[in-house]
Ligand binder design. Sequence first.
Ligand code: 8IG
Length: 274
Amino acid sequence: MDANPSPTQLATQAAAALAERTGIDRHDIALTLGSGWAGAVDLIGETVAEIPASEIPGFSASGVHGHTGTLRSVRMPSGRHALLIGARTHLYEGRGVRAVAHGVRTAAAAGVRILILTNGAGSAKSEWPAGTVVLVCDHLNLTARSPLEGAAFVDLADAYSPRLRALARQVDPSLPSGVYAQLPGPHYETPAEIRMIRALGGDLVGMSTALETIAAREAGLEVLGLSLVTNPAAGVAQERIDHLALMAESRNAAPRIARLLADIVARIDGENDE
Ligand code: 8IG
């Protein structure tokens, strides 16, 4: 095995290990479940294998409370398989952009064509209180980083698939859509930064999804982004942002958004029969 593999080689090794450990040669849909979204797993299908991510090449155990740190293979009612990436690496963990993109690249190497990225986010819009689910329609990458290396001039117009957004809206026509601004974190924003982001056209703020989407588009995946608003962004409401309050908010929303996400996955997977 190459001691210094490229990101693609490492993802290929990870996908081979995943196939061996799960017994599933090919996955069709992958999901990364962010804050509040984990409850969807058992509604999507039957778990056929759950592997600690630290046992798959290129992954390390997640350091963030509320993130599970496993890779799960779930058999959907169609018989096709979803890969649940419960091992998101954030840029603020300091492991670099390769680690951030590794889960996405592993999914692509495992055969996945459709990637559903979920997250918890702050809302820059007072009309979207905590508990609101928003379809991501575009992003502002405010990290000043790219997960891509070399001359990878990837087109990011319609990075968040209009087709998948339309399918999600068939499940819930009331879903609003918004622009996700990714910041490096781990601190939250200042009120002045939120005013800046709003002026730039951002509606949601978070620390994960834009870089993952860029890596996914390079790999040719179709992306659906779903944000759960867990807090008004800084300066949008009276209360201060508090990590424990955010976790409580996402727990409250959990059953409702789990059902929503599972229904969206079923709708998307159902397209493969038609
Ligand atoms: I949950 O208000 C969650 N993640 N940057 N700002 C940023 N990330 C977040 C926030 C927030 N809430």
